[in-house]
Write a protein that binds this ligand. Structure first.
Ligand code: ADP
Ligand code: MG
Length: 344
């Protein structure tokens, strides 16, 4: 019998990375969530070769204190929760303290950060060796953080084999940026791929600006054929844009649903939306929508899955009814006879 041995830190982190770091898009998701949790108002994303060669994300958030840098790269280390009670009402996007450690174990990761408004003297950290010991040295950086991830999966060939073409990886990555840009109108985003500007989004603070952002991310045709809805009850609020049946799609590729600012995929919500559109869409067509639901964070459990794409509602039936009735009402004036098929 082989003897029991403790795994090296790197190997343990690589195993954990298997759950959350599937491809460049997953790295971008984790890094962007960190930028947003740090209160950034501006985020610049630079990638090369679909993100496989380089992902560099710079923010102007609160930064990481020099003495915390090693912890930022360690597993199960987070500044976002300290107790189970915190977890039960978590409002930050992250809380598991796993992302940077996982990503750092399967790439060449460097972190440069500065917490001071009045100085450009920051600190750079990288983790090395089998136990991922962190080296910290001075580096110039304005307030905020830059994370650089190079050569994703360079040391995990089995994972690398599953990467698709540069184009496919980039389109997944762009989709992640889109979702977060739709989730946070108050934040400026830029995305560059191989030096080319793909998106350049100013903060969108009023409704016309928000419409412009949605149009630039989802296409002007969607905005032209969508209605704005807003409905508020004491316990829920739903707002956003629902595509008219004239803008139905052959695929469910323009469906964004945010719960307390977090993009999610949920069977219950999908069902409520589908029911609401049932009488106005032809069979096999899919609605397009960008919708935002807000409710008491204590009434929704986000710790269901490591990627946090799924949630569990405490009062699922109420949520279902609220979404169904809001959309049904908004679509009530739209008769199936008015329908024109769109090529979408
Ligand atoms: P989590 O987000 O679950 O806490 P991460 O591994 O993603 O775990 O990040 C670890 C910690 O590093 C965070 O809790 C946060 O304190 C810090 N951190 C990471 N990225 C940033 C950033 N862009 N700005 C400020 N702090 C950050
Ligand atoms: Mg995180």
């Amino acid at each position: 019998m082989p003897r029991i041995q403790r795994l090296s830190t790197r190997l343990a982190n690589q195993i954990a990375a298997g759950e959350v770091v599937e491809r460049p898009a997953s790295v971008v998701k984790e890094l962007l969530e960190n930028c947003l949790d740090a209160g950034s108002t501006r985020i610049d994303i630079d990638v090369e070769s679909g993100g496989t060669k380089l992902i560099r994300i710079r923010d102007n958030g609160q930064g990481i204190a020099a003495e915390d840098l090693p912890l930022a790269l360690a597993r199960h280390a987070t500044s976002k929760i300290t107790s189970l009670e915190d977890l039960e009402a978590v409002s930050s996007l992250g809380f598991r303290g796993e992302a940077l450690a996982s990503i750092g174990s399967v790439s060449r990761l460097s972190l440069i950060s500065n917490t001071a408004d009045d100085s450009s003297e920051g600190q750079q950290a990288e983790s090395e060796g089998r136990d991922m010991e962190v080296q910290v040295r001075p580096a110039a950086h304005p307030r905020g953080t830059t994370v650089e991830v190079r050569d994703l999966f360079f040391n995990t060939p089995a994972r690398r084999k599953f990467l698709r073409t540069e184009k496919t990886e980039f389109s997944h990555l762009e989709e992640v940026v889109k979702r977060l840009a739709l989730a946070r109108f108050d934040v400026a985003f830029s995305l560059r791929h191989n030096g080319r500007v793909i998106h350049q989004l100013r903060p969108a603070l009023d409704e016309p600006e928000q419409k412009r952002r949605v149009a630039s991310l989802c296409g002007p045709a969607f905005m032209e054929q969508a209605i704005y809805i807003e409905r508020e009850l004491p316990e829920f609020k739903l707002q956003g844009w629902v595509g008219l049946p004239t803008f139905s799609r052959s695929q469910a590729d323009l469906q964004y649903f945010f719960v307390n600012g977090r993009v999610i995929r949920d069977k219950l919500i999908a069902h409520a939306v589908k029911q609401a559109y049932r009488d106005v869409l032809y069979h096999g067509r899919h609605p397009a929508f960008v919708l935002y639901l807000s409710l008491d964070p204590a009434k929704v459990d986000v710790n269901v899955h490591p990627t946090k794409h799924e949630v569990r509602f405490r009062d699922g039936r109420d949520v279902h009814n609220f979404i169904f009735s809001s959309l049904h009402r908004a679509l009530a004036d739209v008769r199936p006879a008015d329908q024109v098929e769109s090529p979408g």
